[in-house]
Design a protein around this ligand. Structure first.
Ligand code: ADP
Ligand code: MG
Length: 258
């Protein structure tokens, strides 16, 4: 066995062991992202060659952890792992209802998360193919999604715009509007949670992330979500000194809802 794989294997075994000693439930804080089924999923992805080792946390959010993964060729990827125990199923169902791509009705919590992750990968793929500046999708399995790592060659992730406002807000905002127009008119999706928390400042260029809740334009909630997104952006960029308005952005994007 490849020594790195063996190392990852040993790590997973150790984690499993620790987990067994603690408790068999998913609910334990600390080890909660590494419940048995998540470990198995990571192990499977490692065997398929997607990740060689997991190497450090990028972010610990409410529902998901984003970690750095290293591929065999030393390329860095971002690994987003949804925690089964702390995911908001009500929200997930709200966004999945009305999406013709996901007419599966289930009450199984694990299955709802798996659908959610599959939706995030589908959205990311659709956006990437439409030329929107998003991380390149790589693969997903169960509650784990793997995508391009947005950061520098040393492995430092790019900051969110919230944490690192652009040097030239006006020019950044204009770039963002071009992305938004492609997002809505070419990928035909509405982000649904668009704010400077979900936009990375990658060398002064916007990269849009976190598209699990994004919905297709025919979704009955699309218009309302789009208007909310535009309001949020307009407020945030006004605060950064950009002169803009809801109407200006709306007219520029000119979305066609069914
Ligand atoms: N592809 C990526 N490359 C680098 N950092 C990322 C990437 N995806 C997410 N991150 C980091 O992880 C954080 C959380 O990711 P996000 O998809 O917004 O999940 P959530 O908000 O649901 O926790 C982001 O704010 C960003 O700092
Ligand atoms: Mg986010």
């Amino acid at each position: 066995m490849d020594p790195k794989i063996a190392k990852a294997d040993k790590k997973i075994q150790d984690m499993n062991e620790r987990k067994r000693k603690k408790d068999s439930s998913d609910r334990k804080v600390g080890s909660e992202i590494f419940d048995k089924s998540t470990l198995e999923t990571l192990y499977k992805l490692a065997n398929q060659g997607y990740i060689d080792v997991l190497n450090g946390a990028i972010s610990t959010g409410k529902e998901a952890n984003v970690l750095k993964g290293i591929e065999k060729n030393d390329n860095i990827v971002a690994v987003k792992i949804y925690r089964i125990a702390t995911s908001d199923f009500k929200k997930m169902n709200y966004y999945i209802d009305g999406d013709p791509r996901f007419n599966v009705k289930t009450k199984n919590k694990r299955q709802i998360i798996y659908n959610w992750v599959s939706k995030e990968l589908k959205n990311l793929t659709r956006l990437y193919n439409a030329g929107v500046n998003v991380p390149k999708p790589i693969t997903h399995s169960n509650n784990v999604l793997i995508m391009e790592f947005i950061g520098d060659d040393e492995g430092n992730p790019s900051n969110t715009v919230k944490n690192q406002p652009p040097k030239d807000p006006e020019s950044f905002f204009n770039q963002l509007l071009v992305e938004l127009k492609l997002f809505v008119n070419d990928a035909k999706l509405v982000h649904g949670d668009l704010s400077n928390f979900n936009i990375l400042n990658h060398n002064e260029k916007p990269v849009i992330i976190d598209v699990s809740q994004s919905v297709v334009l025919d979704n009955p909630i699309a218009k309302e979500l789009f208007e909310r997104d535009v309001n949020t952006l307009v407020n945030e960029y006004k605060r950064l000194g950009v002169e803009t308005s809801f109407d200006e952005v709306y007219e520029y994007v000119n979305p066609h809802f069914s």
